[in-house]
Write a protein that binds this ligand. Structure first.
Ligand SMILES: [Zn+2]
Length: 244
């Protein structure tokens, strides 16, 4: 999605449901930045609770990205192509090289399968939360554990619903951008690719401005930087295909 992340000696390899997975070392940097508790509350927390929150949030991020990529990878595998998952600093990707042409609807379904897997996980987490509240589990647990568990539920719901929806924006190379490009290219060829990049530029530019306003005009907000970068990347890609 954001280029390839070449293998390094620090990579961690494992398999889930038969799919080979790899954690690139850059994943841990962004995970720690994302997970570190901030704000006034964090300043008053004991060190052990901060450590517990940090580990819990990194686990939530790891599970959420893995489930999203498994959504893509399991469908790719079912279509009959070898695939592998890489988790990295910007999230992850399920790589595959189609060895034969596939229908554009199949390609669009592969792009949609990632956010869909996240939405299913969101539903499961809502179900678990309902059961925990109904059985008064939060009141029975020691306070620190109840706090970390409640935080984990908030994180899992936020990542899987909010980022799943953001990922469906028609911005290349997000999943929504891949769907738009595949769809337009199927009907209009290279013109469709150009149009998908114009849509990508407009939507990512608007998203960068919206997140800038929402973050209280912080230029260094993660989403502002992400969408400004994607807008620039779409412009570069548009310039490349404009001449064809
Ligand atoms: Zn995806």
């Amino acid at each position: 999605m954001f280029g390839e992340f070449p293998p390094t000696p620090q990579d961690i390899h494992f398999r889930v449901l038969g799919i080979p997975c790899r954690i690139h070392p850059t994943f841990w940097i962004i995970a720690a930045i994302y997970a570190f508790p901030r704000g006034q509350m964090a300043g008053e927390m004991p060190g052990q609770l901060i450590l517990l929150l940090l580990l819990s949030r990194i686990t939530c991020l790891f599970v959420s990205i893995l489930v999203h990529e498994l959504g893509h990878a399991l469908l790719i595998d079912r279509v009959g192509f070898p695939t592998a998952i890489t988790l990295h600093s910007f999230g992850g990707y399920a790589s595959y090289q189609p060895t034969r042409s596939i229908r554009h609807t199949v390609s669009m379904a592969i792009s949609f399968a990632g956010p869909l897997a996240g939405f299913i996980l969101y539903g499961v987490v809502c179900g678990v939360e309902y059961l925990l509240v109904r059985n008064d589990v939060f009141f029975r647990l020691p306070r620190a554990f109840a706090y970390v568990l409640a935080d984990a539920i908030v994180q899992l719901k936020y990542i899987n619903l909010y980022w799943g929806l953001v990922n469906l924006l028609p911005v290349y190379p997000l999943d929504g951008g891949q769907i738009t490009r595949t769809w337009l290219a199927a009907y209009r060829g290279i013109d469709g690719v150009r149009q998908s990049l114009v849509i990508s530029m407009i939507v990512s530019g608007a998203a960068a401005l919206w997140f800038f306003k929402e973050s209280g005009q912080q230029l260094f907000d993660f989403t502002v930087i992400l969408f400004a970068y994607l807008c620039f990347q779409s412009y570069q890609a548009y310039e490349q295909v404009r001449r064809y």
